[in-house]
Ligand binder design. Structure first.
Ligand SMILES: [Zn+2]
Ligand SMILES: [Zn+2]
Length: 158
């Protein structure tokens, strides 16, 4: 069985299952899961971090940037991919969290790179409890969270 990523701890989503889920979402929107769309899902699945469009093109020089942008936008609209906001002007994309599992991002303020990381389930429970406590007075009921670590990546630190 082929597993996506290498640090996707606890996210045992195999690639064929991923394509199956992605195709269903694309078809539900009455679109076709074309080779180009499939290829983008494949590329993103092979990374353990959000990627910019130029980074993806580098891996598939045969694909044209304009069609990749079109496909990426379609995949975003149907909920297969999501945009990730960093500290620089680049737009990065990753597979939707409900497809690959809940995780967090570490964002480098020097070079702008973003990596995925996961925290232990017990820590997730503590985070959830802390957010509920912090928000209890306001009447806001958190159903999830996005937590980014901001700092200096290993490359920039060395
Ligand atoms: Zn960096
Ligand atoms: Zn979390």
């Amino acid at each position: 069985m082929e597993f996506i990523g290498d640090i996707m701890a606890g996210m045992a989503v195999d690639t064929s299952e991923l394509h199956h889920l992605a195709e269903r979402r694309v078809r539900d929107a009455e679109l076709v899961y074309t080779k180009g769309r499939r290829e983008l899902v494949e590329l993103l699945a092979g990374l353990s971090r959000p990627a910019t469009m130029p980074e993806l093109v580098e891996q598939r020089p045969k694909l044209t940037l304009s069609s990749m942008y079109r496909n990426m936008t379609d995949l975003e609209v149907v909920g297969v991919v999501q945009k990730v906001i960093g500290t620089d002007e680049h737009t990065r994309y990753e597979l939707s969290e409900d497809l690959i599992g809940h995780h967090h991002h570490s964002i480098c303020t020097e070079c702008g790179s973003i990596d995925d990381f996961v925290v232990a389930a017990s820590t997730e429970r503590s985070l959830t409890a802390a957010l509920e406590r912090a928000l209890s007075e306001s009447g806001f009921r958190p159903t999830g969270h996005r937590l980014d670590a901001v700092g200096i990546c290993a490359d920039c630190a060395s």
